[in-house]
Ligand binder design. Structure first.
Ligand SMILES: [Zn+2]
Length: 209
């Protein structure tokens, strides 16, 4: 991936001061692996808030390729805000395109990648590219050396998040770069008043795309 999609819409960011989603409508993800839990033991602010429907799209995209053992990937689209000096992102939606995937790697089909940008540009998409997601079916959640190279090459801003989902182990975790080092990122799923992300006990698999 050589093309560097800095910010859709092209202008520099001046994050607005906006309070984050209220605590009553946020929850840590149910698929967080054990090693991530210490980060969630306090009530401290999260760095990313993932809208319920965007979360469903990511999870269902990953689950849709489990039988074939394929990785999936897409962009996290949203906004960057500050709250009393704390910068955070809100992921409102995700976008993806044709993929060239195997069980251990995934990349956007070069033509599909261009097409996706063209589509987003045409739509005058107002969201910022705040990160990317991809899956590791059965491999657990971490950033591989290729993932780190992708992060450094395309998502090196402090607000850029790499969301990794393992639809086989049912794990999800988020990472970012801090001074060039990979760091786990605290994120919460949030929803609007009229939604409840964990209605009932089981996760409903829904065909996407
Ligand atoms: Zn990976």
């Amino acid at each position: 991936m050589n093309r560097r999609p800095i910010i859709l819409g092209g202008k520099d960011l001046e994050p607005e001061e906006v309070p984050p989603p209220v605590t009553e409508r946020t929850l840590p993800h149910k698929w967080l692996p054990k090693e991530a839990l210490p980060l969630y033991s306090d009530k401290g602010e999260a760095d990313m808030y993932l809208f319920k429907t965007a979360e469903e799209k990511v999870r269902n995209h990953a689950l849709s390729k489990v039988d074939e053992g394929l990785e999936v990937m897409g962009f996290l689209l949203g906004e960057v805000f500050t709250d009393h000096g704390h910068e955070y992102t809100v992921v409102r939606d995700v976008a993806t395109t044709d993929l060239e995937a195997t069980s251990v790697s995934v990349k956007f089909d070069p033509e599909g990648f261009e097409a996706l940008f063209a589509t987003l540009e045409c739509a005058r998409f107002r969201y910022v590219l705040v990160g990317w997601y991809h899956s590791h079916p059965g491999h657990g959640c971490f950033l591989s050396s290729t993932d780190i190279a992708t992060q450094k090459g395309m998502f090196d801003r402090p607000y850029h998040t790499a969301l990794v989902v393992d639809p086989v182990r049912k794990h999800i975790d988020a990472f970012c770069l801090s001074k060039g080092e990979v760091k786990r990122r605290k994120f919460l799923v949030y929803w609007d008043e009229f939604q409840n992300p964990y209605h009932g006990e089981s996760v409903r698999v829904r065909k996407l795309l």
